[in-house]
Design a binder for this molecule. Structure first.
Ligand SMILES: [Zn+2]
Length: 411
């Protein structure tokens, strides 16, 4: 049975501000790179809070932390909720941290009211979400979900050659528990939006329906280098002219699949890049994203057609390669519905939204029913020391998290 209990806005805010002191930067942000001494301090503080709230702590072999609050029936799979504590080198106070401390605030609120859930509840902290010190990003939730092997995860190294495995041992967070094979009844991650949509539309809650898929391409278009003064316009094979037309058409590919599609050409290398030589070859990169796998594939086919047509029109040749594919991670319908219902019942203005950025929840959605809750951040700015969110919006997101979790934590 659901109650109308609300989380404690001041306690949530104070905890976020307390955590932000660890690795605080002069411009008001945070620098707590994964598995540094500062990350250890942040983890230690989190665990001390969880223990004070009566939780039992488990650390797995990738350093993921699970703080468990017992339920009436501890044999049931827990409802999990959480995010990450690591930051970018010039990161903000809220990215990841909000999701972890909102989860802790849910536990503290249940304690305040001596509310017993049927299933246990577990607050999760995922190691190295940011991917700034160790690439790739979201590595430990990826190992947990079977996307990467543990050996692969352990052996990722930073620029000094120190591996995740070594650094976990050094800071005392190489746990005993296996990474993965830990069933969750459901997983919820609260997070700042890191984009401008909620703020622009005056919405408090983003009901996240999934994480969009990504396809990356590299393409070299080849024509003929020749003299800019002596080569008649009709006899040119100008690789840059071809790519210019492609850039425009690649933009139209996303427009044709509005509103959810995005397409970007953000990298261009012109050769020989000389003001009086017709460009003989151009290398460029394409980033296509869409939440629906079938549409994303259609966009990839459109890209191939555009490149084929323009090169043939201008008597050029091309080499187009797909170099990365990250499939969309659609979230669980029942979990999404719980988030939407929680926003409605809380009286918060909300909208459905697709996550443009990657999150640990994308990995966890492969092994457990998952959804996310977004709250606005000022100007949509994130991965920046000036990242900011209001206490009221953060509390709203936390109240939605509480309600969604309670819905799933009853047997
Ligand atoms: Zn994050």
């Amino acid at each position: 049975m659901l109650t109308n209990i609300k989380i404690n806005q001041d306690r949530l805010w104070d905890s976020i501000m307390e955590m932000a002191k660890i690795g605080a930067t002069p411009k008001g942000g945070c620098n707590r790179l994964a598995l540094t001494d500062l990350d250890k301090q942040g983890r230690d503080l989190f665990i001390s809070w969880c223990k004070a709230a009566g939780c039992a702590i488990t650390v797995d072999r990738m350093g993921n932390i699970f703080a468990r609050r017992s339920g009436k029936n501890d044999a049931l799979d827990p409802v999990a909720l959480g995010s990450h504590l690591d930051t970018q080198p010039t990161g903000g106070k809220f990215d990841g941290v909000f999701g972890v401390l909102a989860a802790l605030e849910v536990v503290r609120t249940l304690n305040d009211h001596a509310y017993e859930t049927d299933t246990p509840i577990e607050v999760a902290v995922w190691t190295n979400e940011e991917g700034s010190r160790f690439a790739p990003a979201m590595i430990a939730s990826g190992v947990f979900a079977g996307v990467f092997s543990e050996d692969y995860g352990m052996s990722r190294a930073d620029l000094d050659g120190k591996t995740i495995g070594e650094e976990l041992v050094r800071i005392g967070y190489r746990g005993e528990a296996p990474c993965g094979k830990r069933p969750f009844k459901a997983f919820f991650e609260a997070h700042i939006e890191q984009g401008p949509i909620l703020e622009a539309e005056n919405k408090t809650i983003g009901v996240v329906s999934g994480i969009q898929g990504i396809r990356w391409f590299e393409c070299t278009v080849t024509g003929q280098e020749s003299h800019a003064g002596t080569t008649p316009m009709k006899m040119r094979r100008d690789a840059l002219l071809g790519v210019a037309r492609m850039v425009d058409e690649i933009n139209l590919i996303a427009q044709a699949h509005a509103p959810d599609a995005v397409s970007t050409v953000g990298l261009l290398q012109v050769s020989p890049n000389s003001r009086n030589v017709i460009p003989g070859s151009v290398f460029f990169a394409v980033d296509l994203r869409h939440p629906d796998d079938a549409v994303l594939l259609e966009m990839a086919n459109d890209l191939e057609a555009v490149v084929d047509r323009v090169t043939s029109d201008l008597k050029l040749t091309h080499d187009l390669q797909e170099i990365w594919y990250s499939p969309p991670a659609p979230f669980d319908k029942a979990c999404i519905a719980s988030v939407r219902r929680a926003a409605e019942e809380g009286g918060y203005a909300h909208r459905d939204i697709v996550s443009g950025a990657g999150h640990d929840a994308g990995n966890i959605s492969r092994v457990a029913p998952t959804a996310m809750i977004f709250v606005p951040c000022a100007g949509g700015i994130s991965h920046n020391e000036s990242e900011s969110a209001t206490p009221e919006d953060l509390a709203a997101g936390c109240n939605v998290l509480l309600r969604a979790v309670l819905e799933h934590a009853s047997a």
